[in-house]
Design a protein around this ligand. Sequence first.
Ligand code: NDP
Length: 480
Amino acid sequence: MEKLSNFIDGTYCPPVSGSYIDNYEPATGKVYCHIPDSDDKDVEQAVKAAETAFPVWSAMSAEKRGEILVKLSEGIRSRMDEFVAAESRDNGKPISLAASVDIPRAISNFHFFATAIEHFASESHYMEGLGVNYTVRKPLGIVGCISPWNLPLYLFSWKIAPALAAGNCVIAKPSEITPYTAYLLGKVAQEAGLPAGVLNILHGLGGKVGDAIVKHPKIKAISFTGGTKTGEYIARTAAPMFKKLSLELGGKNPNIIFADCDFDEMIKTTIRSSFANQGQICLCGSRIFVERAIYDKFKTVFVEKIAKSKVSNPEDPEANLGAVVSKPHMEKVLSYVELAKEEGGTILTGGERVLLEGDYSEGYYIRPTVIEGLAYDCRTNQEEIFGPVVTITPFDTEEEVLMMANSTMYGLAATLWTSDLQRAHRMADKIQSGIVWINSWLVRDLRTPFGGVKASGVGREGGWEALRFFTEPKNVFVKY
Ligand code: NDP
C-alpha cells in the first residue's frame, strides 16, 4: 500500500520515527494509504531547512517570488485531473465539486497572492514641519500553517500562498484525515522551482506534529483553521510565546429568509448553502429562519427537493452529496440527529445513514436532513454539527430573528434573503458575523476580509489582511 512522505528541504522523506498512520477512503470505509506519523523531530528538520532558506527567499524581489508562485498555480492546473481525483477520494466529496470548487480555488489562491504581492504597499505619514514616517513591512521568518479536512487544498493554499508571497518560509500541516493533495503539492513546488526549504509539508496527528509546530520557538506565527476547541488550545499555547495568531474557527451560521425574497433563487441557493460538501463548509447556513408568511410554502418546496437529492459515491456524476469525511464524524453528525429528536424536533426528511451497495457498502453516507420544531436556544441549534443537517424555524419580526440569529457563541457568516434594500442594510449592520451575504451565498472575492467574530475566531484572512498578518510593520521617522 502506498506510503506518503513528508516534504522537507525540497525533497520527499520518511518520518524520523518511521511510523505511519492509516488513511481511510470515506466512500468505501477502507484504508487506502499510509501517512507519516510525524513528531517534533520532523518539525526540527523542517525548521532547520526553513532557517537556511529564509535569507535567500526573503531577499528575492516580490516580482521573482510572484513568478515562482504563478508557476506553482499553473503546476496545479496542469495536474488538474490528478488533484481532483485525489481530493475527492481523500475527502469523500463528489468529484464534480472537487473539479468545480476545491482545485480551481487552490489554483486561484496561488495566482491571486503571487500577483497581489507586487501591489502591496506600506504607508507613509507626513508630519507638517517635522519630518516623515515611512513604514516598512518585512516577512516574519518561519510561519506555521495548519488546516482542516473539509476543503483540504483550498484552505491549505489559502494560508500558504500569502505567507510565501510575503517572503516567509512555511512549515505546513494538512489535516491527517485529508493529506493527499498536500502531499502532491510538494511535486508541484519542485517543478515550479521553489527553493528548497521555503515550503515544508509535514503529515501526522494534530496533537503531535501540529502541537510541535505551535510550540516551536522559532516559528513566529500560526495561521490556523479548524475547530473552536483546537483554536482555544492553540491560543493558550502560542499566546504566551508572543506568536502572531490567526484563528479561523467554527460556525453556526444563520440563513434568514424574508417573505419578500426571490423565492426560486432563494430555494436554489439555500439547497447549496445547506448541503454543499455534505454541509461540511464552515460557511454553510445550518440554521434557517423563515418569515412565517412563507414558512409552510418554504417547508413543502425545500423538503420535497431535498428528499430527491442523490446521495452517492463521489465518482457518480449525478451525486448531489458524497460521503462525510470519516466514521467518527458520521457518528457525531448522527448523534446530533438523535439529540434533536430528544429536544423535541421533528425530522422532515433524512436523519439516517445511507447504505450503498458493493464497494461502497461501508462508506460514510448520510441522507440530507431537515429538522423543525426546535427552540432556537437548544443544543442542536447552538452547537456546530458540520454535516448535512439543517433546522428550520419560523419568525415574525426582524427583532425576533436578529435575537435568534445572534444567540450562538459563533459569528462567522450569515445569509439574508429580501428584496427590501433598507432592511437588507439594517439587518447586515446588526448581525454579529464577519461575513454577510445578501441574496447570495459563497460569492468570494479574494480581496475581501475573511473571518469571524466571537468564538468563530480572531483575525482575518484574504487580500491585504493576509499580507499584513504575514508581515511585521516597522515605522521609521526621518526628521527634516
Ligand atoms: P480540528 O480543529 O480538529 O483540526 C484542524 C487542524 O488542526 C488539523 O490539521 C488538525 O490535525 C490540527 N490540530 C488538531 N489538534 C491540534 C493541536 N493540538 N495543535 C495543532 N494542530 C492541531 O478541525 P477539523 O479538521 O475537524 O475541521 C473542522 C472544523 O474546522 C470545524 O469546526 C469548522 O467550522 C472549522 N473550519 C473553519 C473555517 C473558517 O474559515 N472559519 C473553514 C473551514 C473549517 P488532525 O487532523 O491531525 O487532528
